[in-house]
Design a protein around this ligand. Structure first.
Ligand code: HEC
Length: 394
């Protein structure tokens, strides 16, 4: 699940446009005299607000963006960016990469399950996964090391499922890796079992490196990160594979720069049940995190004529909102159960819905969507939510 440091300021998109222009000018370092076809920019899709992976800041552009820059240089091509919001989910990959708006997306999970065969992959350049975060010296070393501890797990994540059946481990449910780190910092949890790259980044940037971070490994816990291309781009993919080995040293340095956890991973058994948000993806919520896209979506729901809005709204909901609010809005945590909107707000339901969705509640983990979705789309989600209202969720 993507973290929720969200809300696009109104100014940001303008800033991005300006930045794109500078970035294109500043970051190009062609390696050799260019052939006509070589001068084509290497176009990278990246999220402007997703550190440690990517950002539109020129001083700290992120792990993936810097890999992209090194790659472009090795290919002797200038770099260009197509910034996208990863909240769009797999739709992002469809619209940007498969829509030919860019040539490559760095950090997709190398798995045929992930949008294969439409998407093809480079060789693996890094391993990413959930990690155990604890005070230095308190090495956890495996699931039994968590016995008797209070462990922060993100809602609907593989770690939450993995620990669900363990009565001897107390779970502290959080909605984001940021909140997991806070729980640790405020003494509400002894260990945070959260998305490693974000934990590493926060540890480095906000917590002065005071926590130790152990990478984990196991089904649904870790993934091989690769570069994704549209299936027609085999030639580019092969050229990228040819230069990747010479970039591994640089990639290792960048991993350190961005605080990504390294070292030998702690092995865990397979998760007993797939996370609820993983319907149809096969590899779990974390795939979304490697990809930095939300891997949830509904496919081919038959929609009766006249119910297009409901169907469209449901698709957006399941692709974007479901990873926090539950697939089809089914959610046991009352505070974020959107089936209770009418029960909660009565006649003011529509107004509350619109304000919350448009402005978000950034300090509570609800992103603002007004820059992401049109009014029609927001209304179609509302139409869908109207079909699922209940009086009580138990
Ligand atoms: C990153 C997680 C996340 C995502 C994604 C998300 N939300 Fe939320 N949403 C929240 C949280 C957390 C709250 C509760 C905030 C609070 O405590 O006031 C919330 C609250 C809401 C509320 C108000 C609920 C109430 O009873 O007051 C609405 C409406 C809502 N979200 C709609 C949506 C829609 C529609 C989408 C998709 C376009 C969406 N949310 C995506 C986290 C998320």
């Amino acid at each position: 699940m993507r973290s929720n440091h969200s809300a696009t300021g109104a100014s940001r998109h303008r800033a991005i446009a300006a930045l794109l222009a500078c970035a294109a000018a500043a970051l190009i370092v062609p390696a050799s005299p260019l052939q006509a076809d070589e001068a084509q920019p290497f176009r990278l899709c990246a999220d402007p607000t997703n550190l440690p992976f990517s950002s539109d800041s020129s001083s700290k552009p992120g792990f993936y963006v810097e890999i992209g820059q090194a790659l472009a240089q090795a290919l002797g091509r200038p770099i260009a960016y197509d910034w996208y919001k990863s909240y769009f989910g797999k739709r992002t990959v469809r619209v940007t990469l498969l829509g030919k708006q860019c040539d490559a997306m760095i950090g997709l999970p190398r798995s045929a399950d992930f949008m294969g065969p439409a998407v093809i992959f480079s060789d693996v350049f890094a391993k990413e996964g959930y990690a155990l975060v604890a005070t230095k010296g308190a090495a956890v070393g495996g699931i039994d090391g968590l016995k008797g501890k209070r462990v922060a797990v993100q809602f609907a994540s593989t770690p939450q499922n993995l620990l669900a059946s363990r009565d001897d481990i107390q779970k502290v449910t959080v909605l984001s890796p940021e909140e997991g780190m806070q729980a640790l910092d405020q003494g509400r949890a002894d260990v945070a079992f959260i998305w490693g790259p974000v934990a590493g980044w926060l540890n480095k940037t906000s917590y002065g490196g005071r926590y130790q971070i152990e990478l984990t490994e196991g089904e649904g816990l870790s993934w091989d990160a690769a570069i994704g291309f549209a299936k027609a781009s085999t030639e580019l993919r092969d050229r990228v594979n040819a230069v990747l080995p010479q970039l591994q040293g640089k990639i290792g340095e960048l991993a350190v720069k961005y605080g990504l956890p390294g070292g030998a991973p702690v092995r865990f058994g397979a998760a007993p049940t797939p996370a609820p948000v993983t319907t149809g993806t096969g590899s779990g919520a974390g795939v979304a995190q490697v990809a930095n896209v939300v891997a949830t979506e509904t496919k081919g729901d038959a929609v009766a004529p006249g119910l297009e809005a409901v169907g469209a709204g449901k698709e957006i909901f399941n692709g974007t909102c479901a990873h926090c609010h539950g697939p089809d809005a089914i959610q046991s945590e009352r505070k974020i159960d959107l089936r209770l909107l009418r029960h909660r707000y009565g006649d003011e339901m529509r107004e509350k819905y619109l304000t919350t969705v448009q402005e978000g509640r950034p300090n509570k983990g609800m992103p603002a969507w007004k820059e992401v979705y049109t009014e029609d789309q927001v209304n179609s989600i509302y139409s869908f939510l109207l079909t699922v209202q209940v009086e009580s969720n138990d």
